[in-house]
Design a protein around this ligand. Structure first.
Ligand code: AMP
Length: 296
């Protein structure tokens, strides 16, 4: 696996490589969720680039930028094992040299949920959209792989790519979870054993709603009530727990198409997010079901 720290090194390393080029942008501290994305990129691309950059502009003042886990040695080994051809790990000065003065504002989907001024705020997705646009211009990928774990981020990136005509196909990979259901996240490293146990209520809450939907429930109020009760039992007060259209984040009162049940909650020192895509059960209406025992 090659490594590049500057845009010049990156361009040299990428000159003449076989296409398609598949990019997996990350902030490092790689875990199995990231590695699943890299393996997917390996399936889709002839050349796989993994970027590692803890992007300061997507952290609000008072967030965990300084504490964010960094593990460059393990990251290099894991990325290579998962099939990366090139690891791009630029410095903050390389990405934002003196005089840098541009930002990309995706509106609409970026203004909801995480982008709400009472939550992470508009700076968050401004930082994400700007750095992803820069990474796309630096790497010039044909494909970029993102995780459903950050469902809203994936929607913001799709909007960015559509609106600014980036010739990049966006692939979204399902959320990778630990065996007990906890969605993998670099921020899980902040949790001690008791907090990790409590954090399991997040995926339990999502699963509870999923099971209700499988049983035919479609009312947002009942789904949110049941999911909220799971959080409540663990003493977790969510920052948000909402049902939104998976296409455009419009609030949903009754499940119709693909619907995102998404939540954010603080558990100990960590702010965690998780989500699940709900689809209404496709049971045929009662009168069209074959009668039990009837010949077919
Ligand atoms: P991050 O390093 O947290 O910025 O994440 C980099 C990429 O990995 C993003 O596209 C995330 O959505 C994705 N990702 C993070 N955690 C998971 C997970 N548990 N499952 C799938 N993708 C993930």
């Amino acid at each position: 696996m090659n490594r590049a720290r500057t845009v010049a090194e990156l361009r040299t390393a990428l000159a003449g490589v076989p296409r398609p080029v598949a990019l997996v942008p990350t902030m490092g501290a790689l875990h199995d969720g990231h590695l699943a994305l890299i393996r997917r990129a390996r399936e889709l691309g002839a050349t796989v680039v993994v970027s590692i950059f803890v992007n300061p502009t997507q952290f609000a003042a008072g967030e965990d930028l300084a504490a964010y886990p960094r593990d460059p040695e393990s990251d290099g080994r894991l990325a290579a094992e998962a099939g990366a051809d090139l690891l791009f790990a630029p410095s903050a000065e390389e990405v934002y040299p003196g005089g840098f003065d541009t930002a990309i504002d995706v509106r609409g989907v970026a203004a909801e949920l995480e982008g709400d001024p009472h939550r992470r705020g508009p700076e968050h997705f401004r930082g994400v959209a700007t750095v992803v646009a820069k990474l796309f211009n630096m790497v010039g990928p044909d494909i970029a792989v993102f995780g459903q774990k950050d469902a809203q981020q994936a929607l913001v990136i799709r909007q960015l790519v559509r609106d600014l005509d980036f010739p990049v196909r966006i692939e979204v990979h399902p959320t990778v979870r630990d065996a007990d259901g906890l969605a993998l996240s670099s921020r899980n490293r902040y949790l001690n054993a008791a907090e990790r146990e409590r954090a399991l209520a997040l995926s339990r809450a999502l699963r509870t709603a999923e099971e209700l939907v499988a049983g035919g429930e479609t009312e947002a109020e009942r789904l949110l009530e049941a999911a909220g009760a799971e959080l409540d039992r663990a003493g977790i007060v969510p920052e948000y727990l909402e049902l939104r259209s998976a296409a455009d984040l419009v609030p949903v009162e009754r499940l119709a198409g693909e619907t995102l049940l998404c939540l954010a909650a603080r558990v100990g020192p960590a702010r965690l997010i998780d989500n699940v895509v709900l689809r209404p059960a496709t049971e045929p209406a009662l009168h069209t079901r074959p009668l039990t025992g009837a010949a077919t």
